[in-house]
Every structure is written in C-alpha cells, then in structure tokens.
Write a protein of this length. Structure first.
Ligand SMILES: [Zn+2]
Lengths: 201, 368
C-alpha cells in the first residue's frame, strides 16, 4: 500500500526508534494526524529544543543544560569520589537513592569487540585524565556485572595500577543480568553501601 | 516432578491436543511424522525453554499459525501452571509460571529437571568433543545455577575475545593489546571456575555412571569418564593459565581463535580401561549412552532433591526387547517417564497391570 508522502515520512522516522515496528509507527503517525495543530506544534517544538538545549557535561558526560551537569555544578558534592557508570540512565538511578554525594563519569558504553567498541570509542581516556588532573581519591566502579561490564572494569583497574586512588566496586546487590537502570532503589542503595575495595587500599 | 497434563496449541503438527498423563510410564505410540516426538519436545521446552532438536520457534509453530502455545500442569511439592507462548508477529517467546512472567533463563533451568535419551545420543560417544562438553554442561547447569551463569558469561567472553584477536591481526594497535590484557583476565577468571567445577563434578559423577552400569544394564564392566583439560595438565591456577595465554599470544592472534580454555576440554569415556571411542563395540556404545542418562537422572535427583522427568525418544527400537522391558520396569519404579515407540505390540503387558498409560498418535491427534 502506498501512502501520502508526508505521512510515509513520519512513519519512516518513528520506525527508526528502538522497539518501534512499522505497525506501531503507523499508529503513532495517525495519532499525531488526529491531534489539534497546537498539540503537534508543542510536540515538535519540544523535540527541537531537546536537541538545541540539552548537551553533555564537559567533565563527566552526564546530561547538561550548559557546559556542566547538575551534579558537577552542585555545591555539596564530594569531588574526591568518582562513580563510573555505563550510561546516563545509571546516573539517574543512583541519584534517586540520595545515597551518593560524589561525582560521576559516564562512559557511554562498555568494551565490546563484537560491536566494534574499543577503549577509544568510550570515555575511558577522559576518565584517566580526570583521575590524573582532579584530586580524586576513590573510584567506584558501577558497571553492570555482565561480560562486557566486568571486562571494562578489569581494563580500568589495570590502567589505574600505577596511581594511588582507591578503587572499589559496588557489591553484587544487583542481580546478574539485571541492569542498574531496572533495579529498585533499595537494591542500589544497598549495593553502594556494600561496595568492596579491590585495589590500592 | 510430575507432568500431570499438557496442552499443545499449534505446536508443530498438533493443532490442539490435550493429555492427562500417568505418574509412571507414558507410552506414546505412532508412525513417523505423526507427532509423537513433538510431545517429548514440548515437555523439554517446558523444562528448558528450548527444543532439543535445535529448531527455531518459528519452525515449532504450526504451518500458517500465528504462533504456538504449550501449557502444562506440573507438580513439584506444589502444583504450578507453566506456559510457553510464542507469537510469530512479535518474534518473541514468553515463559509464564503461575501467570508470572519469567525472564531470567537461570530461573528456569533446573527447576523442572529433565533427562532425555534419544538416538542422537550416539553422537556423545561417537562424535566430536563438543557433544561431550554439551552433555556435561547440561548436567551441571541443571544442578547449579551459578555454573550456568558462569558458562553463559564464559561463552560470551570467548566470542568477544575471538573478535578482538581478529581485529588485532588486521591492525596491530597498541591500545588493542591493552584491551586484550583485560579480556585475558576475564577468560582466565571464568574459565578457571568452569574447569574447577568440571573436575569436581566428574569425581562424583563417575560413581553414578558405575552404579548405572550395575543397576540398569547389569554389566560387570567398569566405566569411567576422564577429564582431559589444561586444568589437569599443569595449568590449574589463574597465574599459570594467564602465563599460558601470554606465551601463546602471537599464535592466537595469527589464528584468530581462542586456543586455550574449557571450551577446548575433552571428556574421555573408558570401559575396562579401554578407550570406548577406539575400541568399543556398537553394543558397548549403546550401553554407555543409556548408562550416562541414568547416571544423569540419579545425579540430578540426588543434588536437586527433585525427581527428573525421563524422556526416551525411539530408543527401544535400537535395543533388544529383553533389555527394553527391563529398562521400562526399572523406570516405572523410579519416576515419571515418556517413551515413544513405533510398534507397541511387545509392550502391551506393561500398560495393563501397573497404572501406566498409552497414547496412540496419528496426524497430531490422539486416537481413542
Ligand atoms: Zn558532570
């Protein structure tokens, strides 16, 4: 079936979204078409300003509205601690617990040769630079305890051997195969409290 | 565990079949292609989420159907309803226990233990080392959730590391060598755990194999499984394993393959100190295959404190009638079993007097 071109274009865009198939994309497009014009404008405006106003923090690569994120520009944050996470959603999950007062470092991925992701494709060197340049005393590794997360943690530990920062890993309160993102707040708090020092004690 | 009832909807040739099973032996009789093995396949699916024929879900779903649904009532201390639903459109399979969605496969494996004996078992004694590793892994995985998780982790590590070795062969960048150090560490850590487990497992399991020979096949021959691995050849610590990888790094990069680790393990079967694969007769091979499955049955029963379901697919055709009848009566004393047969005439006596059941299957239906 061939559709009117503008409609087809929107369906095409929606179906690029993660988890959205052709059928759902079609339903979403028709839904938009049936909304009043002002609703649709509000929607497209919000998408435009998302890309214009939201950036990545220059220091930790968390989401930011200027050069630095809310955490990095917060006054009560303990700059001697860096919690290393895979993704922005992990920052949100840990922040929700109000248990952690240090800074973050968002890698934006984990080592995965199969997907062509190597050390230079994620923010690893940026992390090592921060540790060298900022007054960091403790690095907390909070990557998911799966194959790639584990190996990335091992890579970080190997590269920090020469430094005198203390390295710890959050305890396995988070089940294997369970992403931090989906764990409940209590589990994360417990994991943060029970972190185990793995080197340079 | 007991499978009380089973319902198959659009599962291969079965459009809508309902079974109420005996707690002892269930004979499933029918010609080739009528859908008798499919019943075993669906019970196996309930226990492991997979088909033992390594068929994809879209192959399992009946011709031109939207998907399949297999549901069973299973009792294991308490009774639960298990459902496996596959929808072609979503390309997704769901596993439900008492209407609750179960997503972690390690929450399923071993909860309803199952043992399967098929003609394909001849590959275990005749075929490549992969087959023997698969057997050992499936037994330990059903008895230890931790082993299963390490195994999954390890096989992902092997794939990732192979990809990296190939990448390094193409472009020899220094930071890739750096990354390889980390993957070495991961391979050693998980690999060491697996090998330790396997060695310890075999020590205990060998006794079960010996017992199975005595009880089931009633032979005075002495079977033994020997572990052949870097672990038993001097590399039994993480340090030594790492050293081995360092020493052979160039070779591994050149070949682009993981050359060392438990994925290269071999399990050697001996009968009276002679290597079965080289010196065994056809009969001895068959006996060994049967004994392995009975050993698995009693091992799982002991470790899990749950009685596995025994599935025997077309096995009696390969054994002489005396032996088959003997095995059947032994089975009916130890738990629930499902036995497919093409010809039932020699086994009539087993059904009539002991509370066993028989189902005649024709074109995916039960014939009264
Ligand atoms: Zn920041």
């Amino acid at each position: 079936m061939s559709l009117i071109e503008p409609l087809e274009a929107v369906i095409e865009e929606f179906s690029k979204f993660p988890g959205i198939g052709k059928k759902t994309a079609y339903r979403l497009a028709i839904y938009l078409l049936r909304r009043p014009a002002k609703d649709v404008t509000r929607f497209t405006d919000s998408v435009t300003s998302l890309k214009q106003k939201v950036t990545f923090c220059k220091r930790c690569f968390n989401l930011a509205e200027g050069d630095y994120c809310m955490v990095c520009s917060g006054l009560k944050r303990d700059g001697s601690k860096i919690c290393v996470v895979e993704d922005i959603t992990d920052v949100m999950a840990i922040e929700r617990t109000h248990e952690y007062d240090g800074l973050y470092h968002v890698l934006g991925g984990v080592l995965s040769p199969l997907s062509g992701v190597g050390p230079e494709d994620i923010k690893l060197y940026e992390l090592f630079n921060r540790i060298r340049e900022e007054n960091v005393k403790e690095v907390i590794l909070a990557l998911n305890p799966d194959t790639e997360g584990d190996t990335t943690s091992m890579y970080i530990v190997r590269n920090l051997k020469e430094t005198d920062v203390r390295i710890s890993r959050i305890a396995r309160g988070i089940p294997i195969g369970g992403d931090i993102e989906f764990s409940d707040d209590a589990t994360i708090s417990r994991a943060l409290k029970g972190r185990i020092t793995i080197s340079n004690e | 565990m007991i499978v009380n009832s089973l319902r198959l909807k659009n599962f291969r040739i079965h459009k809508n079949s309902i079974f109420n099973f005996s707690e002892k032996l269930n004979f499933i009789v029918g010609g080739n292609g009528q859908g008798k093995t499919t019943i075993l396949e669906s019970i196996y699916l309930i226990c492991t989420t997979k088909s033992f024929k390594s068929s994809s879900d879209s192959e399992l779903a009946g011709f031109e159907s939207e998907g399949y649904e297999v549901s069973a009532t299973v009792s294991e201390k308490t009774e639960s309803d298990v459902k496996v639903i596959y929808l072609r459109d979503e390309k997704k399979k769901r596993y439900l226990r008492d209407s609750k969605n179960i997503t972690r496969i390690s929450d399923i494996i071993g909860k309803f233990p199952v043992v399967l004996l098929t003609p394909a078992d001849s590959e275990i004694t005749h075929g490549y080392a992969t087959e023997r590793r698969r057997l050992i892994d499936s037994i330990i995985s059903q008895s230890s959730e931790l082993y299963f998780e390490i195994l999954m982790d390890y096989s992902k590590t092997v794939k990732q590391r192979a990809a990296l070795l190939n990448m390094i062969r193409e472009k020899r960048l220094s930071y890739l060598f750096d990354e390889l150090d980390a993957w070495d560490e991961k391979l050693v850590k998980e690999g060491m755990e697996l090998m330790k487990y396997r060695e310890k497992f075999l020590t205990g399991f060998n006794e079960y194999v010996t017992d199975a020979f005595r009880q089931v096949v009633e032979l005075k021959e002495t079977p033994v499984i020997r572990y052949d691995s870097i672990y038993v050849n001097g590399y039994d610590t993480p340090e030594k394993f790492s050293e081995l990888l360092k020493k052979n790094r160039d070779k591994e990069i050149y070949r682009g393959v993981n050359l060392y680790g438990p994925h290269r393990d071999e399990f050697l079967f001996y009968l009276n100190d002679k290597l079965l694969k080289s010196y065994g007769s056809q009969g001895q091979h068959k006996t060994f295959q049967v004994a392995l499955r009975f050993a698995q049955f009693f091992y799982l029963k002991q470790i899990l404190n749950r009685t596995p379901v025994f599935l025997l697919d077309d096995v009696f055709g390969e054994l002489d009638q005396n032996r088959s009848v003997k095995i059947s009566s032994f089975l009916s004393e130890i738990g629930q079993a499902f036995i497919t047969l093409t010809d039932f005439s020699n086994y009539q006596s087993l059904v009539s007097d002991t509370g066993n059941s028989c189902f005649n299957i024709e074109e995916g239906k039960i014939r009264a």
